[in-house]
Design a protein around this ligand. Structure first.
Ligand code: KG4
Ligand code: ZN
Length: 367
């Protein structure tokens, strides 16, 4: 829906995020003339501890926890920004993709605020939030290449312009963070698995076990991690009475296989992006999502960026993981362009950023 926006110099937007296991609220102010923005407040409540004993996010628990926390977080985001609702120009909320129970909690809150204060409502695609974050943190403008690696998503996206995205690759099964979490669960390392696997791998021998590099050397930029996960399980089962050294060596071997696979797929994407954007002098790779915290992966990205002559940008980790500042920012960008939604908008469990991207039926809600 298009709305006529009075072209004030700045737009101040409240953003709300509740698509997975983080409840978050933030206020961002955008300068309409140059799309530069700054964050006035940003609060996040992580539910990691609630889900830890289950080894993964339990949707019903997540939705209930969002209900418990969302009002308090919105209140804090508004008071940290020193604003009242009537001083806002719009309310943005993650409308998908994600867990529907959680999405509904955020959307109902955002719609209620928009309705009560007669404010424009913007239902934001969570992936667009991750994709445009470097604009908020580093002032980076498209085009650039994005690697999104989180617990729910593994994608390579060509960010051609604001609102124009081409998905170059995605996972055909598990997300990368999920592969880390499942590996950790298998080895009794706890949840979330990524940091635990990275820690265990530090003292490991990455060459002791040879794990597969799924799709490595193949055309295209898609990912697959389920075969790697199975290979890890089979290896662990072969070692009865598994020692701490065995665990460390498995983690190191797994991590090596992950980095080799990701850099191989990314190399193809970098070539595709370079072909499509030959006129862009300094090509940039942005990495987002919780797995971006992995130092081993970052070293691999440094290497491939150097090799392919790309500049690597990693936003601060608290804005790589799920947050509402990215949602408020996208909301403000869309509001500035008069692109707002009706209060009848529905939550969307699946919502590809690239409408031409082929659906991946075996990738859960992640593709
Ligand atoms: O973006 P994020 O915080 O949220 C969701 O996807 O909801 O990503 C969380 C994922 C988890 O799967 C976690 O295991 C992974 O990021 N992760 C890591 C590391 N830190 C977090 N994976 C590998 N190495 C890490 N250091
Ligand atoms: Zn996310």
């Amino acid at each position: 829906m298009k709305a006529t926006i009075l072209m004030s110099k700045c737009l101040t937007v409240l953003g709300i995020e509740s698509s997975c296991d983080e409840t978050a609220a933030s206020v961002v102010r955008l300068s309409v003339s140059d799309d530069d923005a700054h964050t006035l407040s940003n609060v996040v409540h992580s539910q990691t501890a609630d889900h830890a004993i289950y080894g993964g996010v339990v949707p019903e628990l997540a939705a209930r926890a969002h209900i418990s926390h969302i009002d308090g977080l919105i209140k804090r985001a508004m008071s940290d920004a020193n604003l009242k609702f009537h001083q806002l120009d719009g309310v943005a909320v993650t409308a998908g993709p994600g867990l529907v129970g959680g999405l509904l909690v955020g959307m109902m809150s955002a719609k209620a605020i928009a309705m009560a204060h007669d404010l424009p409502f913007i239902g934001v695609n969570h992936l667009e939030g991750h994709a445009l974050t470097p604009g908020l943190t580093q002032g980076l403008k498209p085009p650039y290449l994005l690697l999104l690696v989180s617990g729910g998503h593994t994608q390579i996206v060509s960010v051609d312009a604001i609102g124009q995205y081409k998905r170059l690759g995605t996972t055909i099964d598990d997300a990368l963070g999920e592969a880390f979490d499942k590996t950790a669960k298998l080895l009794n390392l706890g949840y979330p698995g990524g940091p635990a696997v990275e820690q265990a791998a530090q003292s490991g021998d990455e060459s002791r076990f040879k794990f597969p590099r799924p799709l490595k050397g193949k055309e295209g930029c898609d990912f697959s991690f389920s075969g790697l996960k199975t290979a890890v399980r089979q290896q662990a089962q072969k070692l009865d009475d598994i020692s701490q050294t065995d665990v460390s060596d498995i983690c190191a071997g797994f991590q090596r296989a992950v980095v080799d696979t990701v850099t191989d797929r990314l190399g193809n994407a970098m070539d595709m992006f370079a072909d499509a954007h030959g006129n862009v002098e300094q090509k940039t790779l942005v990495v987002a999502g919780g797995v971006a915290a992995n130092q081993h992966l970052r070293n691999g990205l440094d290497y491939i960026c150097h090799d392919k002559n790309y500049h690597l940008i990693v936003p601060p980790i608290e804005l790589c993981t799920d947050n509402a500042a990215m949602i408020a920012y996208v909301g403000a960008l869309r509001l500035a362009r008069g692109d707002v939604d009706g209060l009848d908008m529905s939550a969307r469990a699946r919502w590809p950023l690239d409408p031409d991207g082929v659906p991946m039926p075996f990738a859960g809600v992640k593709a």
